[in-house]
Every structure is written in C-alpha cells, then in structure tokens.
Design a protein around this ligand. Structure first.
Ligand SMILES: [Zn+2]
Length: 124
C-alpha cells in the first residue's frame, strides 16, 4: 500500500538553490519542487510578505527577494502576474506606490519614520 511521502527534507542543490526532495519508504530520493515553485504555490494561495515566505520555506529574506525577481518574469509567461501590495508608512500612511524594487524601504520620505509596513505579494 502506498502511504505517500514519509517526510520531506530540504537539500541544497549544487547551483545554490534549495531543492525539495521527498523520500518514499526510505528508498528513492527525487526532486519534487524547487524553492521557486514552492514560493509560486504559496503566493497563489495567499498574500504573503517576505518574512512569511522565508519562514515557510526556511530561506533568508534576501534569498526570497532574489527569487521574486525571477518569479515575476516567469509568471508573466503563464499569463499570470506577481502583484505587490506596496509598503506603507505606519505613521503618516504614505504609500510607496512607485517603488519598483521588491525590498522594503528603510524609512518614509515624508515623515522620516522608520516603521514601514512590509510589501506583500500574491500571484493572480
Ligand atoms: Zn511617514
């Protein structure tokens, strides 16, 4: 009887990207999903910020931002879009709507507050 994967473990691929591998019955190891595929799936299901993604996949936020750049291009080929809910200043409400980079801005240009709400991402 097939019981499905016993567990899933994360390994580092030789190209530096993590590959998820499922081990069936303690025998065969084979790649199932790349980190990018996992991020795409996550963002197709719910809106997440970089911290959510980094915690879900156990990768650094820096790595998340690197993947997001590639994902934005690859989803376009599938007629989907990576949508960004822009960062917002929690003090004065300033919205960083013209920001093209994925990372969080360090401070508000209007009131100089550093409490900036992180941008959120989703795929539609
Ligand atoms: Zn502000």
């Amino acid at each position: 009887m097939y019981e499905g994967p016993r567990f899933v473990e994360y390994l580092f691929g030789t190209d530096g990207f993590r590959v998820t591998r499922a081990q069936h019955g303690g025998r065969s190891l084979f790649p199932v999903q790349t980190t990018r595929q996992q991020i795409k799936e996550l963002l197709s299901q719910s809106e997440c910020n970089a911290r959510d993604i980094s915690q879900a996949l156990r990768i650094s936020e820096k790595e998340v931002y690197q993947h997001l750049g590639h994902i934005a291009k690859s989803v376009a080929a599938q007629k989907k879009r990576l949508l960004v809910t822009p960062s917002r200043c929690s003090e004065c409400g300033y919205v960083f709507s013209d920001r093209t980079r994925f990372t969080k801005p360090s401070r508000c240009p209007r009131c100089r507050n550093e409490h900036v709400v992180e941008p959120k991402y989703r795929i539609e």
